[in-house]
Design a binder for this molecule. Structure first.
Ligand SMILES: Cc1ncc(C[n+]2csc(CCOP(=O)(O)OP(=O)(O)O)c2C)c(N)n1
Ligand SMILES: [Mg+2]
Length: 600
């Protein structure tokens, strides 16, 4: 078999049966081999970044490693934004790029030229900081070893994307047919016993404990064991956005998602705890705020993570850390003694949940008598199948989505760390291709939707029944809200200076279904049950805000719109988070509507 056929056979053996492509001379042999392989199928995208985002969605949907093939030069560089999505969210994906024939490549001449072959680009060097492993193969033996190695690295330990760059001569060379398969690599970590002892020591002194549930639990596939432990030990828990998809959000101990856009009750509980156990979350600044020193100031924070570098970053925070291979987490938790929880804490967390969980409302929309994005998301949540796949884009829209969507058996995800505009549409396509029997809903803003608009043709070509919800506030709303806070409501480049097309005309141009949504009642179950694609144009006021939302310089339990002094201190019953006199003065003076152009 040829090198290209070897790659196809390898993909079939590891169960990565769908390959997302945009062709070109340097990858045409490989895509041809994919097409000829009976176990494989390819899907064409109209931009390589979409293919990479779709591949990212494959693992999130099925637990199989997603694969792209792209050509050298611009094809390869276009993958970059999508690869970064996988890297920051620890998602395994495999990117196979074609490269120019080695005798045409710059290395052949031994001179340090910019480029020798047409469309030659040093993609390996370019993706090194956003991949776990990237390599160019130089011989057929290399190809055998590097494919297996790259795949093993992608799917082991803290997972992530890898890239294998394959010159055209290698694609055409003959290679023996025995396929070298990947293997799960051992993880260097502390022993389960050591972590059990450390966690037991931390929890033994806890009277007001909170567990922070991170995506690392689900990435390791140990979510059921963690839920059992939380249930049995009666521990209240909160979640990062990326963690939400891995458990039934109706769990009685669950207080909500945390952080800058977090639920107020969940944030209060976290900030008032005396012990916070963090399981598989990297505590980025959307969780702890821009000032980590204001995070859980009354607590001993104990972080358990698979990646020792993540733990190193807490040295100056004084956190306790445990380095664990998360496959051992069930065993660890089985042996951790549960803490003695104070009665006052038990009743406090129940009170916080009653007061705030699921209670988000858009005061900005209410004031304007406009459609509330929170009501829209709740309605969609009610109407779609319990196991539907819901993909978020970015901006205010992805905040609204995560603030109120409640996962039952759904799969809910977005590219949380990289958060590029345009992620949701191609990711929804990727999800639908590998899980055709499940409902798929993409939730984008009007701005973000436009960044991969060409993929409407991919949806149309395959007549994929994907519901594309566009939260249309005729602006880059999240940036506008930032400008309300910090730029005196000058909407430069967020509302002014550009425009977006009529989405009805756009849908018609691609020949896909369209529904205009001006009230919650217009969102009906049939919209999600059709046989083809549909674009739901949800008309919001451009002045719709994200509520609550943290402004700079505040701890996460003091979000805008600001609570009264009484309500604020009721939430901060155990740990004091004083508001400065200066801030109280600003509060007094502040315009409750914030958006100076809102008129209402
Ligand atoms: C590729 C890319 N460019 C720029 C940004 C910065 N950015 C984040 S959200 C956003 C606006 C998104 O607007 P829209 O999709 O309409 O969402 P809204 O905030 O209005 O809900 C921008 C420009 C980004 N995340 N990704
Ligand atoms: Mg918008």
């Amino acid at each position: 078999m040829t090198g290209a056929e070897y790659i196809a056979e390898f993909l079939a053996r590891v169960g990565s049966n769908h390959v997302f492509v945009l062709t070109g001379g340097a990858c045409a042999f490989m895509i041809d081999a994919v097409e000829r392989h009976p176990a494989l199928a390819y899907t064409c995208f109209h931009h390589e970044q979409s293919a990479a985002m779709a591949a990212d969605a494959v693992w999130r949907t099925t637990g199989k490693v997603g694969v792209t093939m792209a050509t050298s030069g611009p094809g390869a560089t276009n993958l970059i934004t999508g690869i970064a999505c996988s890297y920051f969210d620890s998602i395994p994906s495999l990117h196979i790029t074609g490269q120019v024939n080695q005798r045409e490549g710059s290395a052949y001449h031994g001179a340090n030229v910019r480029q020798s072959g047409f469309q030659e680009t040093k993609i390996v060097d370019m993706v090194k900081p956003i991949t776990k492993y990237a390599v160019m193969v130089r011989t057929v033996e290399d190809l055998r070893q590097e494919l297996a190695r790259a795949y093993s690295i992608a799917a082991s330990g803290r997972k992530g994307p890898v890239l294998v760059d394959v010159p055209m001569d290698i694609q055409q060379m003959q290679i023996p047919g025995d396929i070298m398969l990947p293997s799960e690599l051992p993880a260097a970590a502390e022993s389960a016993e050591a972590v059990t002892a450390a966690l037991t020591a931390t929890l033994s002194k806890a009277r007001r404990p909170v567990v922070l549930w991170g995506a690392g639990i689900g990435l390791a596939g140990v979510e059921n064991a963690v839920i059992d432990w939380l249930t049995a030990s009666e521990l209240p828990f909160v979640s990062s956005w990326a963690g939400l998809t891995y458990f039934d959000n109706a769990h009685p101990n669950f207080l909500g998602q945390i952080g800058v856009y977090g639920n107020r009750g969940a944030n209060f509980a976290l900030q008032n705890a005396d012990v916070v156990i963090v399981l598989g979350s990297r505590l980025d600044n959307r969780q702890r705020s821009g000032n980590p020193r204001s995070f859980a100031t009354g607590a001993k924070v104990h972080v358990v993570d698979v990646d020792v570098e993540e733990l190193r970053k807490y040295r100056s925070d004084g956190y306790f850390t445990s380095h664990l291979d998360f496959r051992d987490l069930p065993h660890v938790l089985e042996n951790v003694r549960p803490p003695k929880i104070d009665e006052a804490w038990r009743s406090y967390v129940v009170e916080m949940k009653d007061r705030y969980f699921g209670k988000e409302q858009s005061t900005s929309a209410l004031r304007l008598n406009a459609l509330s994005p929170y009501d829209v998301i709740r309605r969609i949540n009610e109407l779609i199948a319990e196991d539907a796949i819901v993909v978020g884009d970015t901006g205010a829209t992805v905040c609204w989505l995560h603030q109120v969507f409640k996962v039952k058996r759904h799969t809910l995800f977005t590219a949380g760390g990289n958060s590029p505009m345009g992620y949701a549409l191609p990711a929804a396509i990727g999800a639908k291709v590998v899980a055709p029997q499940r409902q798929v809903i993409a939730v984008s803003g009007d701005g973000g939707f436009h960044l991969n608009i060409h993929e409407l043709q991919t949806i149309k070509h395959h007549n994929l029944p994907v519901a594309m919800v566009v939260m249309n506030n005729a602006s880059y709303g999240i940036i506008k809200q930032f400008q309300d806070s910090y730029c005196n409501s000058r909407y430069t480049a967020s509302r002014d200076g550009f425009s977006l097309p009529d989405f009805g005309h756009l849908a018609a141009a691609y020949g896909i279904g369209y529904a205009r949504v001006e009230s919650v009642e217009q969102i009906t179950p049939d919209l999600f049950q059709g046989n083809g694609p549909i674009l739901l144009d949800v008309l919001l006021s451009e002045h719709t805000l994200i509520e609550p939302k943290l402004e700079m310089g505040r701890p996460i339990n003091d979000q805008y719109p600001y609570l009264s002094a009484t309500e604020y201190s009721r939430g901060n019953r155990f740990v004091d988070y004083p508001r400065s006199a200066e801030f109280l003065k600003v509060l007094d003076d502040s315009d409750p509507g914030r958006d100076r152009n809102a008129g209402a």
